[in-house]
Design a protein around this ligand. Structure first.
Ligand code: GLP
Length: 238
């Protein structure tokens, strides 16, 4: 594992964007596993800047997102599909038909999970998976649990996750209580993992995840078993 502690959010974003752009430049048909939240916004901004300069071409890239709130439609401003379009896809030359986010309105979330996993498998797996980390150690929306969930599944969100994500909503009671998230299998099968975390309040969970016991009570700790992980951490929050 490579662990970088950098001085600023900007530096974290630049380094993460560098790693992703290296992937796309060396493999123009890369499958990128992407994430939402405030952590990756700077990374996407940097990639858009390099795209505008003509340094990266996303035309052959496929994107697979980690998760989606259950019950939100694509055009809901708080949905993760909307977030990805607004913060990244609308500004680059990726083929939108090859950008995937779980369907938050799926009537049968079990079937949706199965189809999502089959899709990732059919794409040949994920070349590099970008991850943030929740205050409770979640990745995607894999909340602390008694077991590591293997497949894409519907999950009940923790109180602390609802509180932390309330800042993106009008009020806490508007935050959906459930989400569909990629499970550990697709994440762990990604060829490379790139986890970014910003802010002093994330420091304890990041250190525990990578130096502590591997346990589903701290879902990100499973990444200790992955052979190619890069962590970029900064105490500066964005
Ligand atoms: C959400 C997302 C995660 C993300 C986490 C941290 O819960 N489902 O993928 O890593 O938030 O978000 P932030 O980067 O805003 O701290």
């Amino acid at each position: 594992m490579k662990f970088y502690e950098v001085a600023s959010y900007k530096e974290m974003s630049r380094k993460a964007a560098n790693i992703i752009s290296a992937e796309v430049i060396t493999n123009p048909n890369a499958v990128l596993g992407l994430a939402t939240g405030s952590s990756p916004i700077g990374t996407y901004k940097q990639l858009i800047e390099w795209y505008n300069k003509g340094d990266i071409d996303f035309s052959g890239v496929t994107a697979v997102n980690l998760d989606e709130y259950y019950g939100l439609s694509e055009d809901n401003e708080q949905s993760y599909r909307y977030f990805m379009n607004k913060n990244f896809f609308d500004h680059i030359n990726i083929n939108k038909a090859r950008t995937y986010v779980p369907n938050g309105l799926a009537k049968d979330p079990v079937l949706e999970g199965k189809l999502y996993d089959e899709r990732i498998k059919a794409l040949g797996g994920i070349d590099i998976q970008l991850l943030g980390i929740g205050l409770d150690g979640h990745i995607g929306f894999n909340e602390p649990n008694d077991v590591f969930m293997r497949d894409t599944h519907l999950v009940d969100l923790n109180e602390s996750t609802i509180k932390a994500n309330a800042r993106f909503f009008e009020s806490e009671d508007k935050v959906p209580r459930q989400a569909i998230t990629m499970g550990m299998m697709s994440i762990m099968r990604a060829k490379k993992i790139l986890l970014i975390a910003a802010g002093e309040k994330k420091e304890a969970v990041v250190r525990e995840a990578f130096n502590g016991v591997i346990t589903p009570k701290l879902p990100a700790s499973i990444l200790q078993l992955h052979p190619n992980v890069t962590v970029i951490f900064t105490k500066e929050s964005n």
